[in-house]
Design a protein around this ligand. Structure first.
Ligand code: PGA
Length: 251
């Protein structure tokens, strides 16, 4: 089974409108003709529409960094899956550690959002990952198993196959401390076993598991070469054309 790698840029709360469009145009040109990997960028929600418009007809998809799970109504400040779809979104990052740890988002919330995103026909990129103290206490797998079970509760096998999981050790995000390829592979293989246990081998072999946390154009090749690493979710290094292109080319 060969899984198509997905290289996704998580722009977080960065860039102006002008800088977002410049980056999108730059990537569109630079990545033209690269068809052996899936590529996506996830701008701040207010820039999703202009960036999707700029990337229309290219090989680069667009994702959002969060969504609300209700269809519509009195939910001040929130955005629905339908709205994201309306403006050209294909992916939605869910349960990023910054949302789990800064904004108190639980796996239960991630779960209802996962269901909403799948129901709309979009692809959820569900993030899981341990804190440094959890790794040091030897509880990495336990923490991830809880996040996995909670986030995907009630998701049917056919839907699970469409999901993307991003393993992002919290201690590696934005710190320059990347997990070694071996550390990443160990957890990715463990996640694939969890999928097999809850579903079956076919589903486990279909799900793409990205690595995220200080990925750059220098360390990407070695990490992406691991058999259970199916792409990268890239923060800092996705904010400029050259490093992001370097990571895409490493894939
Ligand atoms: P980073 O962020 O590449 O800047 O470490 C990754 C992420 O949080 O998705």
């Amino acid at each position: 089974m060969t899984r198509r790698l997905l290289i996704a840029g998580n722009w977080k709360m960065n860039l102006s409108l002008a800088a977002s469009l410049e980056l999108a145009e730059g990537l569109k040109k630079a990545a033209a003709g690269i068809n052996n990997v899936d590529i996506a960028v996830c701008p701040p929600s207010v820039y999703v529409q202009p960036v999707a418009a700029a990337l229309k007809g290219s090989n680069i998809g667009v994702g959002a960094q969060n969504v609300y799970f209700e269809k519509e109504g009195a939910f001040t400040g929130e955005i629905s899956v339908g709205m994201l779809k309306d403006v050209g979104c294909q992916y939605v990052i869910l349960g990023h550690s910054e949302r789990r740890h800064i904004l108190g988002e639980s796996s239960e919330i991630v779960n209802v959002k996962t269901h909403a995103v799948l129901a709309a026909g979009l692809i959820p990129i569900v993030c899981v990952g341990e804190l440094l103290k959890e790794r040091e206490a030897g509880t990495t797998e336990l923490v991830i198993r809880k996040q996995f079970d909670g986030s995907f509760s009630g998701v049917a096998a056919d839907d699970m196959k469409k999901c993307v999981i991003a393993y992002e050790p919290v201690w590696a995000i934005g710190t320059g401390k990347v997990a070694t390829p071996e550390q990443a592979e160990e957890v990715h293989a463990a996640i694939r076993k969890m999928i097999e246990k809850n579903y079956n081998k076919e589903v486990a072999e279909s799900v793409r598991i990205q690595y995220g946390g200080s990925v750059n154009d220098k360390n990407a090749k070695e990490i992406l070469a691991k058999p259970n690493v199916d792409g990268a979710l890239v923060g800092g290094a996705s904010l400029k054309v050259d490093p992001f292109l370097g990571i895409i080319k490493s894939a």
